[in-house]
Every structure is written in C-alpha cells, then in structure tokens.
Design a protein around this ligand. Structure first.
Ligand SMILES: [Zn+2]
Length: 384
C-alpha cells in the first residue's frame, strides 16, 4: 500500500494517483511482465491513438492554424489529458475536434493508421479491433469517405505485414450524425467486409443524442452480417445500455460501466452474455469514475459479466493496454487469474467467425504457455 499523509491527500487527483501507480517502485517489473502477455484490445479509436511526434510533424509541415507555436510542450496539453485539468466528458470529446485539423493528406492518414497498429503490436497486443470514424477523417479537407477508408485500410494492411498482430476494423458513426452520412458509412463498412471491416460502432455524446435517427442504419448493418458495438452507459444512465441491446441490437457495449447501478440491466447483460468493453483510464478522464478505487470493473467481473480490458484512446489518455492491466491489479485489486479470465473474455468477444476465434484462442494459449504465466509466477511479491 502507498502511505499518504494528509497534505498528500489534499493534492490527490485520479490522474496523479494513476501516475503514481504507473511509476511506483513495483510498477516497472510488472509493466515489463504484462507487456509480454499476449493481449486483445477490442475498443481502441484510431483518432485517439495518434503519436504526438507525428502530430507535431504534421502541424509544422502544414503550418496548421492552431493559435500556438507547435512544440512538444504546447501540443501535449492540447491533445492529451493533463493531471491538473478537471475530468470532464465534453472536454475529453473536444480533443477529437482539434484532432480533425491534423487529417491533412493521404500520407498522413495512412501513416496514422500504420503507427496505431505498430504501437499496439509493440505493447503486446496480438489481436486489435481498431475503430475509426471516416466522417471525422474526411471532413476538414473535404476528402471522400471512400478514399479515407481506403487509406486507413492500406496503413493497417502494411502494419499487419510488418508486425506480429492481427487487426480487424470497426467503423464509427457518432450520435447526432446526419443519417445520410451514417448510411454511407454503413454501406462502406459492408462493402469492405473482405478487407477486414467487421463492425459498426455508435460513439459520441449519449447524454445529448439518442440513437433513434440512426436506428434503421444499425438494423440494416446487422442484417448484412456486421457486428455492432454501442458506446452506452459510459457517462449516461444504465437505460442507454438496455436501449443499445434491445433496440439497436448491440453485440457488445462500449464501456457499459453504469450497468452496476441497475439490477435489471445487469441481468440483461448476464442473460444475453453481452460483453462490456471496459476502458478504465478513459473512465477517469471523462469523469465517469472518480478514481480506480471507485471503478466498478471488479464488481462487474465478480458478478460474472463478460468484462474485457481495453484502451479507448491511448494517445489522448497517455496509456497502453499493459497499463490498463496494471491498473486493474494495482488500482482495483484484481489478481493474476482474474486478468487471464478477462483476456479469455476478450478472445470470446472478438468480432470474428467461430473458426477464426478458435484459431486466435489456440495461438494465444500457446503463447501464454510458452510465457510460463501461471498464477504466482509473476513478480507478485512486489505488487504495489
Ligand atoms: Zn470509445
């Protein structure tokens, strides 16, 4: 346990606590260990995964009108959550608007997709479902949805060839989107199924926008064989989770952590075996949860729900999947066997065919055995 004196407690924020867990005395050994664990990330946004160094280069080369001289020091607080700012969902979402200015060319978008996959692979992610919003990538420069989709696919394809990782893509529609644009995205997703696009995602502000206007789009996509995942119960009420499942037909729920406040919704998730894509650091940064010690992940897990661990926006939140595993243990009290179960949940919840899922499971199990990752063999004695 970390001992805190009263002065220290006054200065605490969830983000400072997170940094303490991440850089504490035992964290180094654990992070090295957890990085080697072959992992699955089902909830990661391309737009939230961009390297600051690449964004700096783009800002300088294209002389982006950002109202500041782009340096690492000026860009970081613009694009990444800082320890001193209040956790706030709107503030978090606003960063995606700023990022739109950086989608300047085919080369930039291909590179962003390539690097997002490369960074996941370097973190030990063996299976990644990367989601992107073609409308966001296309809008600022007036690109066509079709071309930005091709560029993302090309960047991902190249990275998959260069690194030890399997990638599938999910196309994101934001709540409140023009239904005509949403239809075009859904049609594109279906058209690119052979290129690794497996699903459709509904994201954005669940407090302001219901899904009603997009309902026919999601129904059609499901009929066409796409998997659906819906951001719900992140900062909004548990009723949004029920709606995502019963009305939109979601196969998985993005976040869904507010389910913990509603027994009926918990029962629904349990009965239908709907997986939750939990992203702990993101929940701190959006203000959905006041700290890891208050995070409902352990409760949801112990209730037998299919919880998975994911990153959401590794660049905006300055995190990795390795870190999220570390926080689940050191910040929320889960144990090594629990992490292995959560990893299994990730494999079972993957938007793959049963045969592909079996192959993925076989491959990861083989790797886990080779790692010798039996409970008790990690550096548990030094857990913070
Ligand atoms: Zn998300």
């Amino acid at each position: 346990m970390i001992r805190r004196d009263p002065e220290d407690v006054k200065l605490r924020t969830p983000e400072r606590d997170r940094m303490r867990l991440r850089h504490g005395p035992a964290a180094h050994a654990w992070r090295a260990w957890l990085r080697r664990l072959p992992k699955v990330d089902l909830h990661r946004h391309l737009e939230g995964s961009l390297r600051l160094s690449t964004l700096l280069e783009i800002a300088r080369r294209h002389k982006l009108p950002l109202g500041l001289d782009p340096t690492p020091a000026t860009l970081e607080p613009l694009l990444r959550v800082t320890a001193s700012e209040p956790a706030d969902f709107q503030r978090f979402l606003a960063r995606f608007q700023i990022l739109r200015r950086f989608y300047t060319s085919e080369e930039a978008i291909q590179r962003m997709a390539y690097e997002a996959v490369a960074d996941a692979a370097a973190d030990g992610v063996r299976y990644l479902e990367l989601r992107f919003n073609p409308a966001a990538l296309a809008q600022a420069q007036g690109f066509r949805l079709e071309e930005v989709t091709e560029w993302v696919l090309e960047g991902v394809r190249r990275a998959e060839g260069d690194f030890d990782i399997m990638v599938r893509l999910i196309m994101t529609i934001v709540r409140g989107e023009d239904p005509e644009v949403a239809w075009r995205i859904a049609r594109l997703a279906v058209a690119h199924r052979r290129d690794g696009v497996v699903g459709l995602d509904l994201a954005g502000d669940e407090a302001r926008y219901g899904p009603e206007s997009l309902l026919p789009v999601f129904r059609w996509a499901r009929e066409q064989g796409l998997f659906l995942t819906v951001h719900a119960g992140e900062v909004g009420p548990p009723a949004n989770i029920r709606q995502a499942i019963l009305v939109l037909g979601a196969h998985r729920i993005g976040h869904g952590i507010q389910a913990v406040h509603d027994v009926q919704v918990l029962r629904l998730l349990h009965e239908r075996g709907i997986p939750l894509e939990v992203c702990p650091t993101s929940n701190l940064h959006t203000g959905a949860v006041a700290g890891f010690h208050r995070h409902p992940l352990p409760d949801l897990y112990r209730l037998g729900l299919k919880v998975t661990l994911n990153t959401d926006d590794p660049s905006i939140s300055d995190t990795t999947l390795t870190d999220e595993y570390l926080f689940a243990m050191a910040g929320m009290g889960l144990q090594w066997p629990d992490l292995l179960r959560i990893l299994e949940n990730g494999i079972e919840a993957a938007f793959l065919s049963p045969e592909e899922r079996r192959l993925l499971a076989r491959r990861l199990h083989h790797e886990l055995r080779a790692l010798g990752g039996a409970p008790g063999e990690g550096p548990e004695a030094s857990l913070p």
